[in-house]
Design a protein around this ligand. Structure first.
Ligand code: DP6
Length: 409
């Protein structure tokens, strides 16, 4: 039976340190401003997608984390697929085109994330990046095709997941010029350490897509942000990364996160993505930096309450970890490893004992009487580093078995 090979890819999450918020063109996903992110290591967080096409399938299907999702009426997926097909060179496809049998081929797409979907961890970014990367293998898109522009049509932020390290999405003026470019590879600044403090793993109340258009339509602050603040800040950020100037990089990222959330609060009706725990984490980072006398830790918050915290190296990350584990203790119902899966890796010595003085100074700075009331305010904490772009995996790693294909789903 005419069936293609199965292709499997993995793709990373990226976290913007200069945020994208608002579209100039909602059809083409042309943003109001350029943005910049770091790519997270796929050792810790990733999407994985397998694709296959066959004339024996009755319909095209998309299965995301085990659940069947809309395919034919999913506009974003159809837009992505159309562009991929425009650049296709795969023999099975060109022959089917010649024979007018393209419509007989249906797709089976199976995709999984190894982290909670829609928890503000940019699952749509890694998801669409991975999907486009897998489809690009299946259809053998012609060399020189800028896949980031196709990923952008899936989800704006997805285009930045195409590269490892530090990546800018240049806003551009049309489809071809609104693309992702690598500012520096992961090897340029490999010491950077990241902690993700998950305040809630629930689905967010206002999606990024609708929230950002409400901001475009009603927030005066967003206009100033996009036209005046971000263009300057982005260039400063690019330089800070190239110079490995951590204090400037973290300072700019924190200002940008604050400014983005101010624009959300300035939207009518106001949008509040951060919660009480998010604000506590911000206070802890500020207190830590104050006690240290320089900026040694940074935070950024996407469209959700989870904090992405970053540090220049393992020493400062561990210092902060000692503070965070002390000030926001795990709930009594959790084990240490449930709260922080890399507990055994990083909390080998008594971290708190080692940094006792610092923890006390930060506690004093925060004016905390007790940490008891903070117990369980964070669901869990993840650790990761800056990592590489998407990869094609071996057939053995496929999410689609021969049985799936034979069963003609
Ligand atoms: C706050 O890329 O999810 O994470 O383009 O409508 O799919 P769409 O939006 P999306 O928005 C991400 C917004 C953000 C900031 C960022 O990643 O730059």
């Amino acid at each position: 039976m005419p069936v293609t090979n199965v292709y499997t890819t993995i793709a990373p999450v990226n976290i913007a340190i200069i945020k994208y918020w608002g579209k100039k063109d909602t059809k083409l996903h042309i943003p109001l401003n350029s943005s910049l992110s770091f790519t997270l290591s796929m050792n810790d967080l990733k999407s994985k997608t397998s694709v296959v096409a066959s004339t024996e399938f009755e319909q095209s299907r998309l299965i995301l984390n085990g659940v069947s999702e809309e395919f034919e009426n999913n506009k974003r997926i159809q837009n992505v697929l159309q562009l991929i097909q425009q650049h296709a060179t795969a023999q099975w496809y060109t022959e089917a085109k010649k024979n007018n049998t393209v419509d007989q081929y249906k797709l089976l797409i199976v995709s999984e994330n190894n982290f909670p979907t829609a928890a503000g961890l940019a699952s749509s970014a890694s998801g669409y990046c991975c999907l486009v990367y897998a489809l690009a293998q299946l259809y053998q898109v012609e060399k020189g095709t800028d896949l980031s522009t196709i990923m952008r049509l899936g989800s704006g932020s997805a285009c930045r997941s195409l590269y490892g390290g530090f990546v800018a999405w240049e806003m551009g003026t049309d489809h071809a010029s609104s693309n992702a470019v690598q500012v520096a590879p992961e090897s340029h600044w490999s010491t950077i350490q990241i902690l993700i403090a998950v305040a809630s793993a629930d689905k967010k109340a206002v999606s990024s897509t609708s929230g950002m258009q409400d901001s475009v339509n009603t927030s005066e602050k967003l206009k100033v942000r996009a036209s005046e603040i971000v263009p300057k800040r982005l260039e400063q950020m690019r330089l800070a990364i190239l110079n490995k100037d951590f204090a400037t990089m973290a300072d700019l990222a924190m200002k940008d996160s604050d400014n983005f959330h101010e624009c959300c609060a300035d939207t009518k009706p106001p949008i509040y993505y951060m919660n009480e725990t998010s604000h506590l984490v911000v206070r802890i980072v500020n207190a830590y930096n104050k006690v240290k006398g320089t900026i040694q830790g940074g935070y950024t918050f996407d469209a959700g309450p989870n904090a992405v915290l970053f540090f220049e190296n393992q020493d400062t990350m561990k210092e902060f970890l000692a503070i965070l584990l002390h000030i926001i203790p795990r709930s009594d119902k959790q084990t240490d490893a449930e709260y922080f899966p890399k507990y055994n890796l990083f909390v080998t010595l008594d971290l708190k004992e080692q940094h006792k003085q610092l923890v006390q100074q930060v506690e004093k700075e925060l004016n905390l009487e007790s940490t008891e009331e903070n117990k369980g305010k964070l669901r869990f904490i993840l650790h990761t580093t800056v990592g590489s772009g998407p990869q094609v995996l071996d057939e053995k790693e496929s999410l689609i078995t021969n049985m799936d294909i034979l069963q003609r789903k």
